[in-house]
Unconditional design. Sequence first.
Length: 217
Amino acid sequence: MSPRSPEDLGAIAGLARRLGYRALGAPEEFVSRPTCVDGVLVIPRFTVRASTRREARKGLDGAPRDSLVVVEATAADAARYASVNKLVDVLRLPPRLSYLVDRSTARLFRERGWGLVEVSLGGLSADTAGRILPSLASALRRAEAYGVPVAVVSDARDPLGLWHPYEVAGLAEALGIPWHRGLSWITTTPLTILSRKGWGRDRLLSCTREDAGTGGG
């Protein structure tokens, strides 16, 4: 999510919990460590935007341990570097680089032992579909074809920007991708990365219990 204020973060987390989400990522200026907000684990995202491996390497020097480390690659050089660097949890690609969701990325992730490409649904609407959907569809179909792990994010700025899990699954089905695969983009696939960082099912359930114990929600 990309909230504009702490109030927006709280509102997004509250709706996300009701929609079945158990974890959300947020910029570091809102959370400095994984924090339970209204029954949802909110994880800080440390994002490095880079076009070259040199820029990516320099940006990663300050990567904190308690954050999800994301490289937002703006060129192929940075994307390939992020696919092998062991500090990187998530590779985020802009629509114009959807061709990098390919066999090479799948192989690099396998060799490293983990990896995830993040695809944003932010800005996708009836008005923008003609411009955004073709590259988005290309990335998701290529991920399915080449076995590249994918996480879909809403980049919600407010609660209205959240996608329901079934909406994501429905989008997958509309693209010719099985319903269950679309659902995995926001459930089991992201969970593999969270578990590797120590934020797996037990940590997520602890937020739910904490919320229940304090009467939250």
